[in-house]
Design a protein around this ligand. Structure first.
Ligand code: LIP
Length: 257
């Protein structure tokens, strides 16, 4: 945990400066997109360098750099340097550095850090989850009527458009509201801290959700694949809820009896 936090802190310094610059670039004709891709790569490089210094043998699964196999084949870091890139690109201060540590197939530690609000969400397997220095618990809402449910909306170039429309139509008539904030790792962190009662999305990558999955589990919630028995880390389709809503919400999303 110390190693992960130190790496994220180091990478966040430059990322904050880059975000300030992106806000200025919004009004320029060329726009900030090349600049943001460079910030993504630079942040990832800092994280890889810092984590490698502390744990030279661990491997990596990286959003930008792909898979790096380590001498220690048991351990690998799963990293999204800027989760919520579209928010970052548009000057919306809701994005995060997400780092998970996997041992074998199990996620054993994770952090999600929003460098703008300076909020930390952290968990280690078996020892609970923390929001800054407070212990996190998922919400206690038992009924879908009272529940606020987060999701991700597929966009141009992504599959599942038709399915999402059907799903959200069912969810909107069964719950207190749907939210789309644009950063999967923070959506999961918000479930863990009890702000959202649940979150579902399809077509995600392991680096979007690896750390967030552990946050929800260690905060007393449930995470599963949306449709089948597989792991959302493999399928990319996720349903994360508090302790009560997993089965009823799944039925509503999928429209099953
Ligand atoms: C993004 C997610 C977001 C999801 C997007 C995308 P990126 O990750 O966090 O919530 O809806 O489709 O995958 O690309 O910004 O790291």
């Amino acid at each position: 945990m110390t190693v992960m936090v130190a790496a994220a802190e180091k990478a966040a310094k430059a990322l904050k400066r880059d975000f300030g610059e992106v806000e200025n670039l919004q009004v320029s004709r060329k726009g900030p997109s090349d600049y943001v891709s460079a910030a993504d790569v630079k942040t990832e490089k800092t994280l890889v360098a810092e984590l490698s210094k502390a744990r030279p043998n661990f491997g990596f699964v990286l959003e930008e750099g792909g898979i790096i196999t380590g001498a220690d084949s048991e351990h690998r870091w799963i990293i999204d340097p800027i989760d919520g890139t579209t928010n970052f690109l548009h000057g919306i201060p809701h994005f995060a550095i997400s780092i998970a540590l996997q041992r074998g197939t199990e996620i054993i530690a994770g952090i999600v850090y929003n460098p703008i609000t300076e909020d930390w969400y952290r968990a280690e397997k078996g020892t609970g989850a923390f929001y800054n220095n407070h212990r996190m618990r998922v919400s206690a809402h038992r009924s879908l009527d009272d529940s606020v449910v987060a999701t991700g909306i597929p966009h141009k170039g992504r599959p599942w458009h038709e399915e999402f429309i059907q799903q959200s139509q069912r969810v909107m008539s069964a719950t207190a509201g749907i939210r789309r904030f644009g950063t999967a790792s923070l959506d999961l962190a918000f479930v863990a801290v009890g702000r959202f009662d649940a979150y579902w999305e399809m077509g995600l990558k392991p680096w979007d959700i690896a750390a967030g999955i552990l946050l929800v589990q260690e905060a007393g919630g449930f995470v599963a694949d949306l449709t089948g028995p597989g792991s959302p880390l493999d399928t990319g389709n996720i349903l994360a809820t508090n302790a009560q809503l997993q089965a009823p919400l799944r039925k509503v999303i999928l429209g099953t009896p």
